[in-house]
Design a protein around this ligand. Structure first.
Ligand SMILES: N[C@@H](CCC(=O)N[C@@H](CS)C(=O)NCC(=O)O)C(=O)O
Length: 288
């Protein structure tokens, strides 16, 4: 391994290489003026179908499936590879410049909600759904929701980054984050051995948050790493991940703001429930 001696003061002198290098900056704030579009519904989502984005669209589709008409939403595409998250309108909605961000226009002035965990909690409380009422179950739901928020950066920013995206394969970094990712999968494996869902019998925002990252990892959809991590060996995680994956609202939620994969699974923007039938990318391209 080549040695690197850090200078006394770090300076931003070059792109660090690897995927996403062009959007990485050591400073916050907007890079350009651009207002966010606003559609017809109260809830306006600005996102992309990464695991953090999918959490929110799955919950919105679940709320709609339960009959909560107020959960109708417009989902606008934020192309993070193109730097849309640094537009002035997006930064006003989320000063952290990361998807997902949401605006609720049903309150005056419109309310901004950022951080996917905060958005899940906001929607669950707003519609009184997918969050237990009983204090002990509710606390357990929030325990696992915050567990996901604190743990996934080791999976995504650690394991995913060094295994799949970094310009060089560094054994030390891959070992360290593989160890942690497998430990986290084992935390879930042990818990799900005697719980159908994360908080027991009820499917909650904790499942939605954790499934989007760890469920999809177990189903082989992240970083081309299924064999490397031996995801099949986590039997309870597999059972839980497949059960959630089969929910129609989860299938719809995965399609929203999706930019890659099968064209019939990409609904790049969603403004109406009928868009799933008429505006997937295969149909839009066939109509050109
Ligand atoms: N803790 C944040 C993380 C959000 C996040 O990391 N979003 C990524 C995509 S999954 C992003 O927008 N990256 C763009 C960038 O870093 O410039 C949340 O859960 O909302």
């Amino acid at each position: 391994m080549s040695e690197y001696t850090p200078p006394k003061v770090w300076k931003w002198e070059k792109e660090n290489g690897g995927q996403f290098a062009s959007t990485n900056r050591p400073i916050a704030g907007p890079t350009h003026d651009k207002e966010l579009p606003v559609g017809k519904h109260s809830l306006q989502l600005y996102s992309l179908a990464t695991p953090n984005g999918v959490k929110v669209t799955v919950l919105l589709e679940e709320l709609l499936a339960l009959g909560h008409k107020g959960a109708e939403y417009d989902a606008w595409l934020i192309r993070i590879g193109a730097g849309d998250q640094f537009g002035s309108g997006f930064v006003a909605a989320n000063p952290n410049s990361k998807i997902p961000a949401m605006m609720d226009h049903s309150v005056t002035p419109p309310l901004r909600i950022f951080e996917s965990g905060s958005i899940l909690l906001y929607l669950a409380e707003k519609f009184d759904a997918f969050i237990p009422k009983d204090i002990s179950k509710r606390t357990e739901c929030l325990n696992w929701l915050f567990w996901q928020m604190g743990s996934a950066p080791y999976l995504g920013g650690g394991f995913g980054h060094f295994y799949a995206y970094a310009p060089v394969k560094i054994e030390y970094a891959i070992d360290r984050f593989t160890m942690e990712t497998k430990r986290q999968l084992d935390v879930l494996e042990r818990h799900l051995a005697d719980h159908r869902y994360m908080t027991g019998d009820d499917y909650t925002i904790a499942d939605i948050a954790i499934w989007s990252w760890y469920g999809q990892l177990a189903l082989g959809r992240q970083y081309n790493s299924a064999e490397f991590l031996d995801v099949e060996s986590y039997k309870n995680v597999q059972r839980w991940a497949k059960e959630i994956d089969a929910r129609p609202a989860v299938k719809r939620g995965r399609m929203v703001n999706k930019m890659n994969g099968d064209l019939n699974m990409q609904l790049r923007e969603r403004h109406d429930a009928s868009d799933f039938e008429t505006k997937t990318q295969d149909k839009l391209e066939a109509a050109k």
